[in-house]
Design a binder for this molecule. Structure first.
Ligand code: ZN
Length: 314
């Protein structure tokens, strides 16, 4: 069977999968991300791991290439412009370098959030859909846009940065990007914790959240239990995320929004809060887009990264 390696480089671990031309995971592994001052170990580590696996596998698979998902903007020529997590400060031709280390094996590079979107659009929650927006709710809010089955990168790799759409011009607290009022400040795991702390400070109301640590998980557990104050936080979360999706829909008009990332593990409880706001704020032609949870979990990135190669070589 034709296969490709799909590699998802994170700040602490690198996930590597051998993915079949049909998107099936044949094997998968994980190695630590060794990040020194310049991040110069990352690509050689991947190359040395992949070389060993190819030797072991022999001719049992026809390996056509490697797709690499990285945390940072990747332009439409495959150049990684920078990666804060990997300490890559200058534009890097990661595909060229890795291909050379692997004896000329074809390599394609994609931003990690875009890789996850591509994975979900190929084999996950949006399988069979050509126009998809994925939003990843984690420590921050990531985004990826698939149009006509392809990743939209923009000229500087900054397309799909839905987490940094401004949804509150009056905000005075700074986002990680240096501006104020980004969607990420309200819809990330960190964001909902901030909203919960503000709500607790502004009210004397009884709440389960006063009893222990406040995390995205304890907030959504409290929402499920009918806690009034937590539900108020969920309403704020849904308002801002619904607004962000409506802004995105005004440009992209997707068939489906896929919600992934750590906070999506709270489950279906988060969807009505997003949907009811989205449907009111989106233009009527876009308002019926599906809003659903991601299904591939942590495998989405490596599956999507492999797709970059498999769509060309299989
Ligand atoms: Zn921002």
């Amino acid at each position: 069977m034709k296969c490709a390696f799909g590699v998802d480089v994170g700040g602490t671990a690198i996930k590597i999968g051998l993915i079949g031309a049909d998107g099936s995971i044949q094997m998968k592994w994980e190695i630590p991300t060794r990040v020194d001052d310049t991040g110069s170990e990352v690509l050689p580590d991947i190359a040395s791991f992949v070389r060993k696996r190819r030797e072991e596998l022999g001719d049992s698979y026809e390996i056509v290439g490697l797709g690499l998902g990285v945390p940072g903007p990747v332009d439409d020529t495959g150049m990684v412009l920078t990666s804060v997590n990997l300490h890559w400060k200058a534009p890097l031709d990661a595909a060229g370098i890795l291909s050379e280390l692997l004896g000329g094996l074809p390599v394609a590079v994609v931003n990690d959030a875009n890789a996850a979107a591509l994975g979900e659009a190929w084999k996950g929650a949006a399988a069979g859909c050509s126009d998809v927006v994925m939003i990843t709710l984690g420590t921050g809010v990531g985004g990826g846009v698939i149009h006509a089955g392809k990743v939209v990168t923009g000229v500087n790799g900054a397309a799909g940065e839905i987490g940094h759409l401004c949804v509150n011009p009056k905000e005075v607290v700074s986002c990680n990007c240096g501006r104020c009022g980004c969607l990420e400040q309200y819809a990330s795991a960190t964001g909902v914790v901030r909203l919960a702390r503000e709500a607790l400070g502004a009210s004397q109301k009884q709440s389960m959240l006063r009893d222990g640590p406040i995390t995205a998980k304890t907030i959504w557990d409290a929402v499920k239990a009918g806690d009034v104050l937590a539900t108020q936080v969920a309403e704020q979360f849904g308002f801002y995320l619904g607004w962000g999706l409506a802004l995105a829909a005004g440009v992209i008009n997707p068939e489906v929004f896929v919600i992934g990332g750590g906070m999506s593990r709270a489950g279906d409880v988060i969807l009505p809060y997003i949907e009811k706001n989205y449907r009111v704020m989106a233009l009527s032609a876009s308002a019926h887009a599906k809003v659903c949870l991601a299904t591939l979990g942590n495998d989405a990135g490596m599956i999507g990264a492999s797709r970059m190669i498999l769509e060309t070589y299989s």
